[in-house]
Design a protein around this ligand. Structure first.
Ligand SMILES: NC(=O)c1ccc[n+]([C@@H]2O[C@H](COP(=O)([O-])OP(=O)(O)OC[C@H]3O[C@@H](n4cnc5c(N)ncnc54)[C@H](O)[C@@H]3O)[C@@H](O)[C@H]2O)c1
Length: 325
């Protein structure tokens, strides 16, 4: 295919598997990543597979230009990721998630990049008035965190603007789960599975709250699908990325995990934090791009337990698996 794609945040949870997906499609792949979570091992593995890795902060203008010059497409994943990490340092998250994203877009336009895929989130839907009716891309956004507010701001700029030859697409990922080279255990399915498998006491709040989930490999496949699609189908478009049948309440996740391990104790508690409650429709990405996920949450739970049993993660409670200290 001969295309060159720059993945910012390419050594992250979604990024590393996305790089594999893009390499398999015959593309040249570059990564710009500051290795915020110490993922030198992930970066070295990517290099061994032929990825050109730029170990730098995307807020560094020279590093951005070096990494982006000559690229046909940019996938912008790099960010301070998640509500807790953004709440912990709002100033940094603004600099990275807003300022950094704006700089990536401006450089992409200036350097003649053709396509930009922006990693947004279904968290933008926040707390829905009626979470039992799946929300579509046209539904109202009601972010309940700084993290989601920042994503909404960048999305609106991308979808409402004219960037000349640069054609942006926003993907609102469902909450991601599954095993990846840069593992994260601070995401609901992964965390619940680890804690119960390890026979811990798990406190669950908002057990009736709905949320959609997507496997980390499918998240990468969704990005590739956008890059493979004809420009007129994706330019200036936003797609929810996931599968309509994969909305679960936290209660359902616990029940799915209990089918695969009988250890651990769950208690349901009341807490006011994180009121996100939304059920999402993924009909558009299927209808317009023919995208269908391959994995389900039960598949992912099984895969995580296999990884834990095999000792794949060393100490799965190590702080490197979380985005906050
Ligand atoms: N994981 C999810 O459930 C989920 C859901 C929806 C959207 N997203 C979005 O997808 C993207 C990737 O998320 P992830 O789960 O892979 O998280 P991650 O934290 O594993 O990846 C983020 C990557 O960005 C890098 N990074 C952070 N700051 C940087 C900077 N200033 N310069 C260069 N690199 C920097 C980090 O080193 C890391 O590799 C993010 O934009 C996130 O908001 C993730």
């Amino acid at each position: 295919m001969g295309e060159t794609v720059l993945v910012t945040g390419g050594a992250g949870y979604i990024g590393a598997l996305l790089c594999d997906e893009l390499l398999q499609s015959g593309r040249e792949v570059r990564v710009l990543d500051s290795l915020l979570h110490g993922q030198e091992d992930v970066a070295a593995d990517l290099e061994a597979k032929g990825v050109q890795v730029h170990r730098a902060d995307m807020r560094d203008a020279e590093a951005r230009e070096r990494a982006m010059s000559g690229a046909d497409a940019v996938v912008h994943l790099a960010a301070i990721v998640g509500d807790p990490a953004c709440a912990l340092d709002p100033e940094l998250s603004n600099e990275v998630n807003v300022g950094g994203a704006q700089a990536v877009v401006a450089d992409a336009q200036r350097l003649g990049v053709g396509r930009l895929v922006f990693a947004s989130t279904c968290s933008n839907y926040g707390r829905m008035a009626d979470p039992t009716v799946p929300i579509t891309e046209e539904g109202e956004l009601a972010p309940v965190s700084l993290y989601a507010e920042q994503k909404v701001g960048i999305e609106q700029a991308l979808l409402g603007g004219d960037f000349g030859d640069l054609k942006p697409t926003c993907l609102r990922f469902a909450t991601v789960y599954g095993v990846a080279p840069r593992m994260r255990f601070d995401l609901t399915v992964n965390e619940f599975t680890r804690d119960l498998w390890a026979d811990r006491d798990l406190e669950v709040f908002g057990e009736q709250f709905w949320r959609p989930y997507v496997h980390v490999k499918d998240a990468g496949r969704a990005v590739r699908t956008v890059l493979d699609a004809p420009e007129e189908k994706v330019a200036g478009q936003v797609f929810n990325a996931g599968r309509s049948g994969e909305n679960y309440r936290k209660l359902d996740l616990v029940q799915e995990i209990a089918k695969k391990t009988d250890s651990g104790n769950v208690s349901y508690v009341k807490r006011d934090e994180d009121p996100r409650d939304y059920k999402v429709s993924f009909d558009k990405i299927k209808a317009v791009l023919g995208f269908e996920t391959l994995m389900t949450v039960p598949d992912g739970i099984g895969e995580i337990i296999e990884g834990l049993e095999a000792g794949l993660f060393g100490d799965p409670f190590d702080g490197k698996f979380k985005n906050i200290p």
